[in-house]
Design a binder for this molecule. Structure first.
Ligand code: NAD
Length: 259
């Protein structure tokens, strides 16, 4: 087990990639704080997930509700996790949103919402995580789930690309600033992964075929394939790895078509 007795806080961990990372971490022996946005059935889903970790892997966890774009919510989720487990060793910035719209039509609210969740939320969790790790000593791990769009353009998704590109520079800076505290900071840049965020493409055979054409590996990725890289980056095996982006994209970023 790579993460025995480590404590991990994962944002947006009630769905998709975040849920797969939480599951893999519990399987590797970690206590997982499953953050969820407190809307709809998310609280019940997150609690059921935590109960399942205990039943399946024997690892206790905690469901922590909160909007990552609100400092008070993020402070409360850190406080609840530290109260229960005494420390936090791993923070995963996974919560993220996107929307598609021509750049010329994007409203202030639409732009600000994406930046608030994807970038400001990652800033808040990274800052509180770093403070906690520095105070407790012994280093730690900060992992951002960015996107291949931290680097490659995606017309119609400018706010998303801007937020993920900024996460890349934040990660590179933090890797340098936090190195003396032995806190590793890295990004995982997924390509097209089969999760609810892509449901409309997955449900449309033509759109799916077009999307898969762009992927050298010939299929969408699975959330578990992102979680496998997260488990490595969260473990002691990544001791000398910091300031890097790990692409999990079936070769998508290598696909350059010249006409
Ligand atoms: P998803 O929609 O299943 O998961 C997103 C999660 O973020 C959900 O649990 C949602 O409730 C949560 N969330 C949204 N706003 C929040 C907020 N304000 N506070 C707390 N939680 C909030 O989609 P996913 O594919 O699992 O996405 C996870 C991450 O992976 C995102 O950052 C996304 O940009 C990134 N990503 C996904 C893909 C892909 O193809 N699926 C590709 C590249 C990057």
């Amino acid at each position: 087990m790579k993460l025995k007795d480590k404590v991990a806080l994962i944002s947006g961990a009630n769905s998709g990639i975040g849920r797969a990372i939480a599951t893999r971490f519990a399987q590797e022996g970690a206590h997982v704080a499953v953050n969820y946005l407190p809307v709809g059935q998310n609280a019940q889903t997150a609690q059921a997930e935590v109960d399942d970790f205990e039943k399946t892997y024997g690892e206790t966890g905690i469901a922590v509700g909160g909007d990552v774009s609100k400092r008070a919510d993020v402070e409360a989720m850190f406080a609840a996790t530290v109260e229960k487990f005494g420390r936090i060793d791993i923070v995963v910035n996974n919560a993220g949103i996107e929307f598609k719209k021509p750049f010329v039509d994007v409203t202030d609210d639409e732009w600000n919402k994406v930046i608030a969740v994807n970038l400001f939320g990652s800033f808040l969790l990274s800052q509180l995580g770093a403070r906690q790790m520095i105070a407790q000593g012994g280093g730690g791990k900060i992992i951002n789930i960015s996107s291949v769009h931290e680097d490659i353009p995606f017309p119609g998704y400018t706010a998303y690309c801007a937020s993920k590109g900024a996460m890349r520079m934040m990660m590179r800076n933090l890797a340098m600033e936090l190195a003396p505290n032995k806190i590793n900071v890295n990004n995982i840049a997924p390509g097209a992964i089969a999760t609810p965020i892509n449901q409309s493409v997955l449900d449309d055979p033509k759109a799916l075929k077009d999307a898969v054409t762009e992927i050298p590996w010939g299929r969408f990725g699975k959330p578990e394939e992102v979680a496998a890289v997260a488990a490595f980056l969260a473990s002691d095996e990544s001791e000398y790895v910091t300031g890097s982006t790990y692409y999990v994209d079936g070769g998508l970023t290598q696909q350059v078509t010249l006409y």
